[in-house]
Design a protein around this ligand. Structure first.
Ligand SMILES: *Cc1c(COP(=O)(O)O)cnc(C)c1O
Length: 455
């Protein structure tokens, strides 16, 4: 008889604060720069698009930040999420490794993203905001924020990357059901969108383009705020509820991971599950390996350059010190839409530069293979983004078998794939390809950048 398969926390046991890694980083991240003056951005520069409380969190070096009761009450709809031991997957791999996953797919929107969406909607509400603009790639962020805005009575406009808008019609329906308006980006509603369409009327869109549109729409409308679902420090901090719960659950199970793995798009779910374990590394002398998994067709961490770059395509955001493929980069239309972002969070980038976290890149076909194996053994159909983590888990578990060592591996099941079945259909029909990313592509793209380099 195995020990318990699921390790639950009660609501009373759930963490009541988020963890801010900025309090503990050996080298703090470099300051984001104003795109015009190239000077560090101040709170006043951000006040046009974000509520003040989130700006404060963005620059805070307080280690622990209280989760407001109103946010906690909404979290209770699906949190604490279960930590699950993947016994069947272990058996299928015949590995001595112990594999656990944190199931963030149980949220109303089906991913980890409501953890920050709910917090952001709350702080906007507190400051009297009536309307928010945002972008979405695969539709996960848009649906999470639609859900959150609906609960707090805020109107939402979502610019959805066109290729996903076409591939995932039911994500749009989800957003509409939660009361949001959804546009296929690039649109002709903004100058940024019109510029792109003039150059390429068939543009499939990109997250960078959609961000430009959502920010422009916010700034030009006057009465709206803007919200981002990844990359920024406050977003990553809201996600630490995942890792903080996991630590309590591992303590209950009498275990602790050696390796923590998560997929990486902008870095929020990876940060969410791994930063609390890095806190253990920093303060308890532990050596828990934290590995971010990115797609080989959009390999910013493993092949990008650490430098200042824009977060969007039109160059409206502050310059962010991060690993980037260049803000003009448009990834091949792989099915893991949430991982097709040209850059990565400044916090994760700094930690990678300091070798405190690791990164690996995977092709999409082995990821779907791992995702199907997981579905067949553990029952849950993972989001295409999540399959990247699972492919890496499978490889680590196989390595444990070869080396005859037992390690404890934790991964973040960042979302379920119920709205991504078209991607699975393409996989089963043999329509997917592994996209080769050439160093020439990268060089020519990075050469076009005129943003500041970092030595
Ligand atoms: C958005 C998303 C990701 C990637 O975004 P991060 O900000 O890097 O976490 C991964 N998995 C799922 C299911 C997502 O929706």
């Amino acid at each position: 008889m195995p020990d318990s398969k699921k390790i639950f926390l009660t609501e009373a046991e759930s963490p009541k604060q988020w963890y801010n890694i900025q309090a503990d980083m050996p080298n703090p991240m470099l300051p984001p720069l104003h795109p015009g003056t190239k000077q560090p951005v101040g709170p006043e520069d951000l006040a046009a698009i974000f509520p003040m409380e989130l700006i404060k969190q963005e620059v805070s070096t307080e280690r622990w930040i209280d989760i407001p009761d109103e946010v906690m009450d909404v979290y209770k709809i699906w949190r604490p999420t279960p930590l699950v031991r993947a016994y069947n997957l272990e058996k299928a791999l015949d590995t001595p490794a112990k594999i656990y996953y944190k199931n963030e797919g149980v949220s109303p929107a089906g991913s980890h993203k409501p953890n920050t969406a709910v917090a952001q909607a709350y702080y906007n509400k507190m400051e009297g905001v009536k309307r928010i603009t945002t972008e979405t790639g695969a539709g996960q962020w848009g649906s999470a924020l639609s859900f959150a805005c609906q609960l707090f009575g805020i109107d939402l406009e979502v610019f959805m990357v066109k290729v996903s808008f076409q591939q995932k019609p039911y994500r749009k329906m989800l957003m509409n059901t939660w009361g949001a308006q959804v546009f296929a980006s690039p649109t002709d509603l903004t100058q940024a969108g019109r510029n792109i369409l003039a150059e390429d009327p068939d543009s499939a869109g990109s997250l960078g383009i959609a961000i430009s549109e959502a920010i422009e729409r916010c700034v030009t409308s006057g009465d709206a705020k803007y919200s981002l679902g990844s990359v920024l420090n406050h977003v990553l901090m809201h996600q630490t509820i995942i890792g903080l719960e996991a630590i309590k659950q591992f303590e209950k199970a009498g275990d602790m991971p050696d390796i923590v793995i998560a997929p990486l798009g902008g870095g929020s779910n990876f940060a969410g599950i791994s930063f609390p374990f890095l806190h253990k590394n920093f303060t308890e002398g532990k050596n828990i390996r934290c590995i971010a998994i990115e797609p080989a067709s959009c390999p910013k961490l493993t092949k990008g350059e650490f430098r200042y770059d824009f977060g969007d395509t039109a160059g409206m955001t502050p310059l962010i010190p991060m690993y980037t493929l260049g803000h003009n980069f448009v990834s091949a239309p792989i099915h893991a839409g949430g991982l097709r972002y040209h850059g990565a969070s400044a916090l994760v980038s700094q930690l990678l530069k300091d070798k405190l976290v690791e990164a690996q890149a995977y092709q999409q076909i082995p990821c779907f293979e791992a995702g199907v194996l997981f579905a067949k053994t553990e029952g849950i159909i993972p989001a295409p983004e999540t399959t990247h983590a699972i492919a890496a888990v499978v490889d680590e578990a196989k390595r444990c078998k070869e080396e005859g060592v037992s390690k404890t591996i934790l991964f973040n099941l960042s979302g379920h794939g119920h709205f991504d079945m078209a991607a699975y259909a393409d996989y089963f029909d043999g329509k997917l390809s592994n996209h080769q990313f050439t160093d020439e592509d990268l060089k020519s793209n990075l050469q076009k950048l005129d943003t500041p380099k970092i030595d």
